[in-house]
Each structure stands twice: as structure tokens, then as C-alpha cells.
Design a protein around this ligand. Structure first.
Ligand code: HEM
Length: 495
């Protein structure tokens, strides 16, 4: 049921319903027909949107064809929309190309808010939580030790570790889903990654998003779009084959996401809520985890080393903290409170370079309000997490890498960190990601000293390249093994 703008604002907008006469949020004037397409086509979109916020305030409007977009740029307005008014803004834009890449909207990340979506998301969430309590640490630890062997094998050569981080992160997800691990040279892994990455970058390209805003263009030949359709077919073929093989296995683990979803599908047939999950839900949930869980974690690890190369004293601090607390053993996730410097580094990298800088667009499910502005049903909401994390009214020296701000207080508030979004669409893999960020970083910094390895030992460029994922530009690093006091001591059993 639709609420009136006035009643929805009274439900929680700052200042209440009286302020709704503010109307739509302001914004830059667009070109006839194209609207603000030029703003949206900027190279480093999160930075550009953040600059616009300095001019138009934390909530502003852009248009693109027939769509109205509202960009949110401060943690207060993002939390108002995503957390306090989650039920107004939990939708996803429904689009022609979105439906083609998401199995007709049956993916968790792109599926619109519905009872079917809730059942699918709940099932995957519960399975991930169960897995996190039982086997996740051991799985990440195994990948961290495999990464250690790869780094030792480089023998002090200057190398770009981006691909090794992708393999480590990807192996966590493929083990979760299919109980399969791959080496860097595996053709199957390369196929899977190239097709998932191509889908993400093609789908984000202006040639393809234009098809959503300007339907007439669908009648013209469009090579990027034909490639996108081919990549989607290739993806569906690879994932479909894996699920088929998995179903035929007689040693399926109770823990795996695939087992649990298969069971969920069976139970949903004949369930009282009338929601019937299908193989497409399983298929698309697998795609969600592979896309959501690989490039994000890998990009974050590359950012962390890049920042530590710029501030080597912080790297030493983390190492000395671990030496003091762990007495030679490897850390466990439960050691977090005893390793505050490491925790502060993790938070600061999440702040400065949220790897999903614009989250995933939301859609207003009904008329509502944000910061007193009227937001009509179907408005697309862009949470600019990057902008919120660079807001000078919350973070002192917002562009500086200062992990100490999380230790000394006063330089920003941990509760304003929104790297995983919030509310009904909170990152589904947050627990998995946090375990990975902590353990991978701790293992790497315990075992190696990282030195700049670029031409003339230059430092990495910290601006990055933003598409759906915010990545650091390629750089080289030298991993020097640390002399270990107690080689490979592990402490108490994991979990
Ligand atoms: C969604 C961040 C890792 C799976 C999201 C969103 C953000 C995010 C900002 C969008 C929230 C919104 O729409 O408001 C991150 C970061 C990660 C990370 C910073 C690591 C550093 C992961 C991992 C997985 C994952 C490891 C899988 C195991 C997902 C899924 C969604 C999502 C499935 C869609 C949720 C939905 O639409 O309901 N993530 N993510 N992410 N993430 Fe992550």
C-alpha cells in the first residue's frame, strides 16, 4: 500500500512532515533529453559525485533519460534512507538489462524487494552464519597459508599481487559454494573470472546503461550488448555445470551453501508462505556470492598494502603489536580486541577506499522523504559511501590515511563507517568479508615485511580506478619473509 508523502515523512524524516514543502532535492541542471548523463559518465564517479555534494549539499538530484536519481553523500542521510526508512528504500531499480543479467531478477543483489527475495536472502544468510561459526576460519587460514607459500616462491622479486589476492578470495567462495579450490593457472578459474568481470564491466558501461534509459536504442545494433549476452550465457553454462556436478556428488558437505540451498528449495515446495524457490534462485545466489565476494576482498587487500607502503611505520606497529600479543602463534578471529592497531588499519582502509564506493543502487518502493525532501516512488537512490567517508564534518583530514583516528577518538566515528551499506540490503557477505580482511592481513603482516617494488621503488598511486569496484592501479611490491620466532605455531585449534 502506498503511503502519502506526508505520513511517510512523519514516520521518521528529520524535522517531521512539516518540512516536506522542501520538494525534490536540488541538483545540477541537465541537458535536454540527456539530463546529467555527462556527470554520470565521469571517470572517477565517486569523487565526482562527492565534489557535487560540496556544491548542492548531502542530498541532490540527477536525471538520466526518464529516470530520477537521488545521490546521498553523508552518513546521516544514508542511514536515514537505508536503515531508519529501510522499508521505503529496500527496492532495486527494475531495468531491461538488469533483468537479463540477473536471471529475470532472481539474484539477491539485483532482485527487487519481494517475499520471494526475502526467503532467498534469509536462506543464504542463515547458511553463511552457520558456516562462519563452524568452518570459515579454518578455510581462510588454509588460503592464507597457501598465499604465504606463493609469496615465499617469489623469492624477493618485485611482483603485482592483485591476481594472487583474487585467487585466495575466490577460493574461499568456491569452497563455500562448490567445495572446490583452484590454482592461479587453472583454466576453469580464469574462465570463470574473465566472464564474471566482463559482465560487471560491460553492464556498467554507458553503451549498455543507455538501453535502460532510452528504449529506442534497443532497436539498433550494439556490439557491447551482444557481448554482454554472450558472457551471461557463458556464465550460466559454467555455473549450471558446477551445480549439476555438485548434485551428482555423494560426499556433499552439510555446510556448503549449495547443499543448504538445495534443501531450502525442497522445503519451499509446499511451504505455507506460498514462496517456491527454484534452481534459478540457487544459480543466481551462487553468482551473487562469486561476484560479491571475490573482487571486493581482493581489491581491499591490494589497497591495504598500498597504504602501508606509504606509511611503513604503521606496518611496523601492526607487526610489533602481533609479536607482543601472540607470542609467535598465528592470530584467531577472536584475537581482534587484543590487536587494536590492526583493527584500526582495517577500518581506515574501509573508510578511505570503500571497495563498493556507490553500494548498489536502491529504489524507493513508495513515496517517502530524506532530510525533509520529497522522494517519489521509483526514484533511484545512490548511496555515495565514498563521499560519506570523506565528509570533512565527520572525519578530520578526510583524505589522509590515519588509522590512529580509530584509536585516539576525535578524528571520526566508527559508527559512521558504512563500507558494507546498512539495513535490509546490508552486504550479505559482511561476516565472511570481515573474517577474511582480519585473517589475511594478520597472516600477511606477521610473515612478511612489504617494501615498494615499483620502477625506482616508487610508491603506489592511491587515487584508484572506480567502476563497480574501486581498485588501486597496478603496483609492484617485494615481500621479505620475517624471521619467525616460532615457525607456524597456531595456538589453540580454530573455533
Ligand atoms: C552487497 C560491500 C564483500 C556479498 C554489498 C553492498 C556493499 C558491499 C556496499 C551494497 C549494499 C547496498 O545495496 O546498500 C562489501 C565490501 C566487501 C564485501 C566492502 C569486502 C571488503 C562481500 C563478500 C560477499 C558479498 C565476501 C559474499 C560472501 C554481497 C551480496 C550483496 C552485497 C550478495 C547484495 C546484498 C543485497 O542486495 O541484499 N556489499 N562487500 N560481499 N554483498 Fe558485499
Amino acid at each position: 500500500t502506498s503511503r502519502t508523502p506526508l505520513s511517510s515523512a512523519s514516520a521518521g524524516g528529520p524535522g517531521g512532515g512539516h518540512f516536506l514543502h522542501k520538494g525534490l532535492p536540488p541538483g545540477p541542471r541537465g541537458l535536454p533529453f540527456l539530463g546529467n548523463l555527462l556527470d554520470l559518465g565521469q571517470d572517477h564517479l565517486p569523487s565526482h559525485l562527492t565534489r557535487l555534494a560540496r556544491r548542492y549539499g548531502p542530498v541532490y538530484t540527477l536525471t538520466c533519460g526518464s529516470s530520477t536519481l537521488v545521490v546521498l553523500n553523508s552518513s546521516d542521510v544514508i542511514k536515514e534512507a537505508l536503515v531508519r526508512k529501510w522499508s521505503d528504500f529496500a527496492g532495486r531499480p527494475i531495468s531491461y538489462t538488469g533483468s537479463l543479467v540477473s536471471g529475470g531478477g532472481r539474484s539477491i543483489s539485483l532482485g527487487d524487494y519481494s517475499e520471494e527475495w526475502r526467503v532467498q536472502r534469509r536462506l543464504v544468510h542463515q547458511t553463511l552464519q552457520r558456516y562462519s561459526h563452524s568452518s570459515l576460519q579454518a578455510l581462510v587460514r588454509r588460503q592464507a597459508l597457501a598465499l604465504r607459500e606463493v609469496l615465499i616462491g617469489y623469492n624477493g622479486r618485485a611482483v603485482d599481487l592483485a591476481e594472487d589476492f583474487t585467487v585466495a578470495a575466490s577460493n574461499v567462495i568456491t569452497t563455500l559454494t562448490f567445495e572446490k579450490e583452484y590454482g592461479k593457472e587453472s583454466e576453469e578459474l580464469q574462465q570463470l573470472h574473465s566472464c564474471l568481470n566482463n559482465i560487471v564491466s560491460l553492464w556498467g558501461s554507458p553503451w549498455i546503461s543507455a538501453l535502460d534509459s532510452f528504449p529506442l536504442l534497443r532497436k539498433l545494433p550494439n556490439r557491447p550488448f551482444s557481448r554482454l549476452l554472450k558472457e551471461v550465457a557463458r556464465r550460466d553454462d559454467i555455473i549450471g555445470r558446477h551445480i549439476k556436478e555438485y548434485k551428482l556428488r555423494d560426499n556433499q558437505s552439510e555446510d556448503s551453501i549449495t547443499s543448504s540451498l538445495l534443501k531450502g528449495i525442497e522445503q519451499s515446495i509446499g511451504s505455507e508462505d506460498g514462496v517456491r524457490l527454484t534452481d534459478t534462485h540457487l544459480h543466481m545466489a551462487t553468482v551473487d556470492l562469486l561476484i560479491g565476494g571475490t573482487e571486493t576482498t581482493a581489491a581491499w587487500l591490494s589497497w591495504t598494502l598500498a597504504f602501508l607502503l606509504h606509511r611503513p611505520q604503521v606496518q611496523t606497529q601492526v607487526y610489533e603489536e602481533m609479536c607482543g600479543v601472540l607470542e609467535g602463534r598465528y592470530p584467531q578471529y577472536s584475537d581482534r580486541p587484543r590487536l587494536p592497531v590492526l583493527g584500526a588499519v582495517i577500518s581506515e582502509v574501509l573508510r578511505l577506499r570503500p571497495v563498493a564506493p556507490l553500494a548498489v543502487p536502491h529504489r524507493a518502493l513508495r513515496d517517502s522523504s530524506i532530510a525533509g525532501y520529497f522522494i517519489p516512488k521509483d526514484t533511484v537512490i545512490i548511496p555515495n559511501l565514498f563521499g560519506a567517508h570523506h565528509d570533512p564534518s565527520v572525519w578530520s583530514e578526510p583524505n589522509s590515511f590515519r588509522p590512529e583516528r580509530f584509536l585516539e577518538g576525535g578524528g571520526g566515528r566508527a559508527r559512521d563507517l558504512l563500507a558494507f551499506g546498512g539495513g535490509a540490503r546490508l552486504c550479505l557477505g559482511e561476516t565472511v568479508a570481515r573474517t577474511e580482511l582480519f585473517l589475511f592481513t594478520a597472516y600477511l603482516l606477521r610473515d612478511f615485511l612489504f617494501l615498494p617494488g615499483g620502477e625506482g621503488a616508487g610508491l603506489p598511486d592511491l587515487e584508484g580506478e572506480a567502476s563497480v569496484v574501486l581498485k588501486v592501479k597496478s603496483y609492484k611490491v617485494i615481500a621479505v619473509p620475517r624471521p619467525l620466532e616460532t615457525d607456524l605455531a597456531v595456538g589453540p585449534p580454530n573455533q
